[in-house]
Design a protein around this ligand. Structure first.
Ligand code: FPP
Length: 253
């Protein structure tokens, strides 16, 4: 298990994004209902939040509910909606006390219960001045939907085609202030991004682990960061003797 002493604390990724995958399989392999996997995933998530805070990660973004998750059995969808409300109610104050700013990305459409939208707004408002870390919850989020929504906003603004640049789109993503992730972690042995932060992950380092999300802890986070620190990030450039190791400096492709 990697401990903080093994990390270069000068080169901690400033933005880490997580696909918390494998909750259902974790539960089923134990003869439990899938929903128990989501419950167990909460402990993993908040251990990762604490671990990230301890080493100065500035942005942490997690995929809590995708635009595709509505296709799950109705009972699981209902559980996930209520579970998210429940987590917000129980965890909001402790996150606030730790200086965490809570934000959401995703579509606020009719399928998202009003009560949940209200809790999201309350959590955002309560924590808006916090600066220690921004914890972004992707809820009813899809990367393609985000790009579609950005393009709609560009059209609504009457911007002509020849004036559209990458930044025209980037400024209209759900959270234009959110920096691109340096590192994306996906658990549970799947090697896909599954429509998560499609635009933003263009130059992110991707890290996959077989560990199921409910078993993931801060030590696993540090292992992912150590792997990240071993990599070279070139952003389309050529490296000088491999000396350009992973850092938080971004650039063009
Ligand atoms: C993927 O596992 C996980 C989810 C769909 C939900 C995870 C949500 C949480 C842990 C709660 C987060 C809540 C907040 C408010 C931050 P899966 O069901 O796809 O697992 P499987 O691939 O094994 O089926």
């Amino acid at each position: 298990m990697v401990i903080t002493a093994e990390l270069d604390l000068e080169r901690v990724p400033s933005h880490i994004a997580c696909v918390m995958d494998g909750n259902g399989r974790w539960a089923q392999s134990r003869g439990l209902p899938r929903t128990e996997g989501h419950r167990a995933g909460e402990e993993a998530l908040f251990d990762v939040v604490e671990g990230a805070l301890d080493i100065g990660v500035e942005w942490l973004t997690v995929y809590a509910f995708s635009t595709e998750n509505w296709r799950r059995p109705a009972a699981e969808v209902r559980f996930l909606l209520e579970f998210n409300e429940d987590i917000l109610l129980r965890r909001r104050d402790e996150l606030h006390e730790r200086g965490v700013r809570i934000r959401f990305v995703g579509r606020r459409d009719r399928r998202v219960p009003k009560r949940l939208l209200g809790l999201m707004d309350d959590a955002t408002e309560l924590t808006r001045h916090n600066r220690r870390m921004t914890f972004t919850i992707a809820f009813n989020y899809g990367g393609r939907a985000e790009i579609v929504d950005a393009v709609r906003a560009v059209v609504d603004a009457g911007i002509s085609a020849d004036r559209i640049t990458e930044s025209t789109i980037a400024r209209r993503l759900y959270d234009p202030e959110m920096p691109e992730p340096d590192l994306m972690i996906r658990t549970s042995g799947e090697f896909r991004t599954s429509n998560f932060l499609l635009w933003e992950l263009a130059y992110s380092e991707l890290y996959f682990t077989d560990t199921a999300w409910p078993d993931f802890r801060r030590g696993d986070l540090y292992e992912a960061i150590r792997a990240y620190q071993e990599r070279e990030r070139r952003f389309g450039r050529v490296s000088a003797n491999g000396a350009f190791k992973a850092s938080t400096t971004n650039g063009d492709g």
